[in-house]
Ligand binder design. Structure first.
Ligand code: ADP
Ligand code: GN1
Ligand code: MG
Length: 363
């Protein structure tokens, strides 16, 4: 077993103001380790976010950080003349030797951001206004990055949203069944196989490549505590070339259902139509300026596809013995898979109506 990452040692390498007084784990991410760092200064305490990049998942942390440097700088440049500009883009804190990240003695990569105060993330959305805000912010994020100068961003995880490849990985995990779990997961495996035909639809639709976030979970946008406005899009490790619909699809997955991603009571999982409508309205308000007719046509479908895709990723990891996503209980990945597949069914039942709504809003 390797030792846990040493956050205290890592924190000592960054140009934080004042003395570090506390470092505590923060957030609910499945991949990286995030810490909230508090520093005592002569005035009010100052807070930072310190993150350790999971190099089992991100094989090239330097590529991740080069993308993050370019993306944060580009977004910050566009935020300068906006109200509240310094809260609108993540800001990296340099190390004592002037770098934007640090590699520690164990070869682990760390970075730090200014903590954006008076805002927070939520695991689930509770109002249409929240859904609207998130979608408009992720759409604006895509729009702002459409002017990022070359070169092309690194693909930090190749084929990240290649659903046919994700499906092939699932089949390989079923065949290997290394953890002896395929029998328990038979209903989910059957569900996945019954849906194989949808996996290639977006890739075959001839949609334009854009710069996309690729992890637009509702908990990856900070909402202002007072106004509820979306302040800042966070979690930039997977920003890379992709399809706009990967982002819209993941918003549908994480914003339209009132249930948590790992809810065990599946009766709580459902695609709520008013939330979908709010997402479409919010997204079109910002991304409407560049979306092509073909992209609009697949908005509803993308919700089904990305929900299915993350579902098969959870199922694959369950079968592989939980090596990718952090788990906190028995069958955690299977529970996550079940909520995704339940949501796919819910979307399927409403897909025609969702398409009609999109058509009426994009005419
Ligand atoms: P993960 O990849 O583990 O999901 P995130 O980058 O999303 O990591 O960060 C985890 C949580 O930390 C977020 O959900 C958010 O609540 C909080 N967070 C991250 N960055 C900031 C920041 N700059 N300011 C305030 N809160 C932040
Ligand atoms: C992971 O790191 P986090 O929790 O924001 C995953 C996403 C999944 C998500 C499912 C790099 O995101 O792709 O959609 O879990 N990130 C990576 O909740 O695999
Ligand atoms: Mg996150």
């Amino acid at each position: 077993m390797s030792s846990p990452p040493d956050a205290r040692a890592a924190a000592s390498q960054f140009e934080f103001r004042g003395e570090v007084s506390a470092i505590v784990p923060h957030g609910n991410g499945h991949i990286n380790d995030t810490y909230l760092v508090t520093c005592q200064t002569q005035g009010a305490p100052v807070r930072y976010i310190l993150q350790h990049i999971n190099r089992h998942v991100f094989r090239d942390p330097v590529a991740v950080m080069q993308n993050v440097e370019r993306v944060t700088a580009h977004l910050a440049a566009q935020a300068t003349n906006q109200h509240d500009g310094e809260r609108r883009a993540l800001q990296l804190i340099p190390t004592h030797d002037g770098r934007d990240w640090q590699v520690d003695a164990q070869g682990e990569t760390w970075r730090a951001y200014r903590f954006i105060e008076n805002a927070r993330t939520y695991e689930t959305a509770t109002s249409t206004e929240q859904a609207f805000q998130a979608a408009r912010a992720f759409g604006r994020f895509q729009q702002q990055l459409s002017t990022l100068p070359p070169p092309r961003l690194h693909e930090t995880i190749p084929d990240f949203h290649n659903t046919p490849k994700r499906f092939a990985a699932l089949e390989a995990a079923i065949a290997a069944d290394v953890a002896g779990r395929a029998a328990v997961a038979k209903p989910e495996i059957d569900f996945a196989r019954a849906h194989e035909s949808i996996t290639g639809i977006l890739l075959d639709a001839g949609l334009p490549e854009r710069i996309t976030h690729n992890d637009t979970k509702f908990n990856n946008v900070l909402l202002d505590d007072k106004t509820g406005e979306a302040v800042c899009v966070i979690d930039l490790d997977t920003v890379m070339p992709g399809l706009a619909l990967y982002d819209f699809g993941d918003m549908v997955r994480t914003t339209t259902s009132p249930a948590a991603e790992d809810e065990q009571d599946l009766s709580k999982v459902a695609m709520q139509f008013p939330m979908f409508e709010a997402l479409v309205r919010g997204y079109l308000e910002s991304a409407g300026v560049f979306l092509t007719p073909a992209e609009r046509k697949y908005l509803a479908f993308s919700g089904k596809l990305i929900t299915f895709e993350i579902g098969i990723r959870f199922l694959t990891d369950y079968l592989a013995g939980d090596t990718y996503f952090k788990v906190h209980r028995e069958r955690h990945n299977l529970d996550r898979c079940r909520t995704q597949f339940k949501l796919v069914e819910s979307i399927e039942r409403q897909e025609e109506e969702m398409n009609r709504l999109v058509e009426s809003l994009t005419r």
